[in-house]
Design a protein around this ligand. Sequence first.
Ligand SMILES: C[S@@+](CC[C@H](N)C(=O)[O-])C[C@H]1O[C@@H](n2cnc3c(N)ncnc32)[C@H](O)[C@@H]1O
Length: 220
Amino acid sequence: MRLQVELTDALQDYVADVSLREPDLLQKLREETSQLPLHLMQISPEQGQFLRTLLKATGARRTLEVGVFTGYSLLSTALALPADGRVVGLDINEEWGAMALDYCKRAGVADKVDLRIGDARASLERLVKEENAAGTFDFVFIDADKENYTTYYEYALELLRPGGLVVVDNVLWHGALLDESAQDSETQALRAFNPRLHHDERVELSVIPYADGLTFAVKR
Ligand SMILES: C[S@@+](CC[C@H](N)C(=O)[O-])C[C@H]1O[C@@H](n2cnc3c(N)ncnc32)[C@H](O)[C@@H]1O
């Protein structure tokens, strides 16, 4: 038997009560995003805080985010980076990107943000081929279309310096991975993605069953 506390709603509320520190603008961004039909794509405030803690703990300065949406993780990152830190954010949706940038401006951290609108695969290719950015990032957060996770992960490894960290969101895909009847493209992509990392000798690996599942891979 494994010791695993059951995360009831009451226990999650307790954790938030005793630990959550959500800056005002992040709260406002969350509230505004909650009016959008796809608001469930946003990371939770606990995850945003975890991201900020992680960035501080690792001393990250140059980070990359694949999948910005309205900017909760982007603003969380920009707030945690040092004054000379930079986050490159990639998203395909102009409207959501504009909202993300607006909040970063209001928080006074827009100068740390380099938001690029377009297909993330093309933006990543540009970073590697035209900007010679391979090996220059400390941290990558992957939270975009699941079908391209393997491609994003490969680019992330190329762009990270040795010792750099890639964090991948939604790797448990609300449990659908174990449901044989779930055969949609996102579930299938994640079913292929997770075992691929298991034996990837290029990284130190840990999968944390927190929120919707987070993979941590440190480039060797
Ligand atoms: C789960 S949401 C990201 C949530 C975000 N990290 C947050 O904290 O709110 C996924 C995002 O990936 C973007 N996306 C989907 N396919 C993409 C692609 N091919 N290239 C770039 N972005 C893409 C979507 O527009 C969407 O904003």
